[in-house]
Design a protein around this ligand. Structure first.
Ligand code: NAD
Ligand code: DAU
Length: 358
């Protein structure tokens, strides 16, 4: 039985990954280290399959003693590192936490893994792996005719969030080259699906539309992201854990590149169909263009040729069906939505980010 330390496992992608892995990998145990910032919630971990194989620990990845203790106590052989400050707009209004968690936190984990696996080496030569979950935002922005990002695209981050993730990627690679720590990295595009915190585009639009609130589209709404259903991301990481080569990077994307405005309109149409009696139908009338995000990356696109050819991975969810499932999930889980919304922090953030944009 392998033992994974998953960091940030009470957040959006981490909790979906834990659910996915417990379902598909009967021979693993998971220790989940999460600080429970505004973005993490135990609500995301209810109804896990086989919950006795999951141990939750509330704590900070910047706490080196805690990380070292967990590696020893649980004899961890695999680290899957999701924990991060993840929202670009928050990084614009307050970059400090991004430097701390995304850079110092990743460094702390790398040091603990190096000490435990390479210096002390108590696992009798069993294979070990440090997998770092990163983002396509490290590559910057594409013009209309540019080729997609791939594993060889130079780094050109443009937000404090992207710069902090780029920095952490460099540290992870340095630990491979300098110390021989067996690392892998995935740089993935925009995820969507259940349990995403409603500060991000898709859940924010679903919940605002349902309540008849304005749908704040930044600028002209023609920015392009490459959308990936979260379970497809989990499967990509699972393949990299099984077959990825140490020291290698894999770019992961959904092969879906509609402009933001089209995503918002599709959500409106889905809600019109699912809730024809709503007083807010047609929901499109709620769309409001607001001031743009500073330094807003215009377009992302991902080349998945490497992970497809080496590991046989490709996205399985189509955007239309994935969005329908996602809207349904938010409508079917009012208790989850209420628990998130009642945090004072959530309303504080909505006021801070949107008041000045109107
Ligand atoms: P999220 O904000 O939903 O969750 C982050 C989690 O990390 C939360 O549970 C939070 O409590 C925890 N956390 C934050 N600081 C911590 C600390 N110091 N110590 C321990 N735990 C801490 O983020 P997400 O969207 O699930 O993203 C997860 C990872 O995937 C991030 O590294 C992000 O950069 C990367 N990523 C996200 C996307 C996306 O579209 N969401 C795409 C590509 C890559
Ligand atoms: O590309 C991967 C990245 O995707 C991840 O690394 C980040 O953690 C994740 O948050 C996401 O970043 P984005 O900035 O692309 O996601 P967000 O949902 O914040 O915004 C998606 C697009 O929608 C972006 O072009 C900005 C726009 N937007 C967003 C919000 C919140 C709006 O137009 N209005 C909004 O209110």
């Amino acid at each position: 039985m392998r033992t994974l330390l998953v960091t940030g496992g009470a957040g959006f992608i981490g909790s979906n990954f834990i659910r996915y892995m417990l379902k598909h990998e009967p021979d693993i145990r998971i220790v989940n280290l999460d600080k429970l910032t505004y973005a993490g919630s135990l609500e995301n971990l209810k109804d896990l399959p086989d919950p006795e194989r999951h141990t939750f620990v509330q704590g900070d990845i910047c706490d080196g003693d805690l990380v070292a203790r967990l590696l020893h106590e649980h004899r961890v052989d695999t680290i899957v590192h999701f924990a991060a400050e993840s929202h670009v707009d928050r990084s614009i209004l307050g970059p400090g936490a991004f430097v701390q968690t995304n850079i110092v936190g990743t460094f702390t984990l790398l040091e603990a893994a190096r000490a435990f696996w390479l210096n002390e080496n108590p696992l009798d030569g069993a294979p070990v792996r440090f997998h770092h979950v990163s983002t396509d935002e490290v590559f910057g922005t594409l013009g209309p005719e540019d080729p997609p990002f791939d594993e060889n695209t130079p780094y050109a981050p443009r937000s404090p969030y992207a710069a902090s993730k780029a920095s952490s990627d460099h540290l992870v690679r340095a630990y491979f080259h300098t110390y021989g720590l067996p690392v892998t990295i995935t740089n993935c595009s925009n995820n969507y699906g259940p349990y995403q915190f409603p500060e991000k585009l898709i859940p924010l639009m679903i919940l605002n539309a349902q309540e008849g609130k304005p749908l704040p589209v930044y600028g002209d709404g023609m920015q392009i992201r490459d959308w990936l259903y979260v379970d497809d991301h989990s499967e990509a990481i699972r393949r990299v854990l099984h077959g990825g080569r140490p020291g290698e990077t894999y770019t992961v994307g959904g092969d879906n590149q509609p402009p933001n405005i089209q995503i918002v309109r599709t959500i409106c149409h889905i809600l019109d169909e699912l809730q024809p009696a709503s007083p807010h139908t047609p929901h499109e009338k709620l769309i409001t263009h607001v001031a743009d995000r500073p330094g807003h990356d215009r377009r992302y696109d991902i080349d998945i040729a490497k992970i497809r050819s080496e590991l046989g991975w490709e996205p399985s969810e189509k955007l239309e069906t994935g969005l329908l499932k996602t809207v349904r999930w938010y409508l079917d889980n009012p208790e989850w939505v209420a628990a998130i919304r009642k945090q004072q922090e959530y309303q504080r953030w909505i006021d801070a980010n949107y008041a000045k944009r109107r």
